[in-house]
Design a protein around this ligand. Sequence first.
Ligand code: NI
Length: 179
Amino acid sequence: MTVRTVLTWPDRRLLQTAEPVEAVDEPIKTLVADMFETMYAERGVGLAATQLGIPLQVVVLDCGTEDDPQPLALINPNIVERDGEVVWNEGCLSLPGITAEVERAKTVVVEALDEEGRQIRVEASGLTAVCIQHELDHLIGTLYVDRLGKLERLSALSDYDRARAEPPRVAEADVEEAR
Ligand code: NI
């Protein structure tokens, strides 16, 4: 298994629309394994293949705890039911350093294939429901900030730019030493 590089905004590859997976074969199983490895390494609760620059309809998530992990791979996922409303403070590995409150459906039912190619149907609420909606958005090139109002979106992205512009402390220390 390999930890792969997660793309960050404004990488245009995050805007790609993902294609359905034709067959859950070995390369797809390897991709799923790498995605779990990458998500855990980055301490995320979800990851879409789009975030690795691979425009295929594959997402992984784990909204469990360290003692009770709940890994879930969704291939060619489709939300077939959504109900209620919830506001959740979301973050994204592709937009490190910022979070914002996003309105989502409170519960969802998603149909997909699992990493073995079996048809599954998952009823989700709470963090898992929010995570499923967030990850499926990645598959259509949508980031959570795109779900905000126009001004909120601009404000979140300018906070992000500012966070990115600040040089990391480690790099500063290296510069000092180089002198
Ligand atoms: Ni994300």
